[in-house]
Design a protein around this ligand. Sequence first.
Ligand code: SF4
Length: 358
Amino acid sequence: MKVSFPHMGNAYIPLSSLLSNLGAEVIVPPRPTRKTIDMGALHAPEFVCLPFKVNLGDNLRALQMGSDTLAMVSGMWACRFGYYGRVQHQILRDVGFEFDSILLGREGLGTVYNKFRDTVEGSLLRGWAHAVRSFKHKAEAMDALEMAARKVRPFERERGSASSVLADGLAGVHQAQTIKATDAALREALGVMDSIETEPPAREPLDIAVVGEIYAVLEPALNFDIERKLGEMGIIVHPVMSVYKWLFRPLKIDPSILVDERLARRIAKPYIAYVLGGEEHQTITGTIRAARHGYDGVIHLYPFTCMPENICRTILPRVESEFDIPVLNLCLDEHASPAGMATRLEAFVDLLRERRRR
Ligand code: SF4
């Protein structure tokens, strides 16, 4: 089985480990670029949301690289994400590709479990247990490295040091073949991260929360690597979501994620009483919490035509004035440019600095 899946931040690291431990050959498409978006946009319905186009482009590239199986998280979300897997795979079959589908969340657990009956050597149950353990380990290592880089970046003496240590550390974790090797790669990368030379900032750094649609917040190819950009401008970034939470939320094995989810829905209720199927409660609650923690501002990222986040977009001005916190809304589509993004970020940061000074 040559299996592939679309990108979502660094999720490819734990997902590759899960699938390779189940005996599949994993084909990771190149990180999404302009070309990926163009390839996806060519075959996608024009008004579908941008993540669909990027995912479709990833899948096209994976098939061109020889994948014979495509895996995709699917489900019954109220927003379009619930249909992504089925619709994308139908489009790819209409284009002429032949492949097998694994639709996690749509097919019953038993179907997915049994898909690997021929690839796992020995007991299937033991194979799954080991694969899930390794998946969890790699996800935790990835999360720890991302958090460490986020902390160091605003204070590094040489711009880009934390990002380059992060990239090397993630590569080490990705290549590790065993749980012991994963731990060793993590320890080594955290040690290097700790030894990065830092300096006290010229002025007190700003704190900015990043909220919005999950793919727009977590995929650097879509948001022009906003976390890194802000960090290197000396800003402490607080994304309200992480790849780790996205991976573990549906598995319901980390109680802290479930508690946080419930709490977020409760805090957001006066503004948004219904479940829209996206991250609307995290967007509203993330903005309220940012104000309560005394952060300087909030950046709201959302794809053009995203149903839940466009609804949040109309609610946020009220939250902004009630809680007295500036919000920058950044709408992303395939025409968004890095220069346009940089200009708006710089203007927003200037405004926040002036506000802090006053
Ligand atoms: S949350 Fe928005 S962008 Fe993401 S799949 Fe749903 S509608 Fe599309």
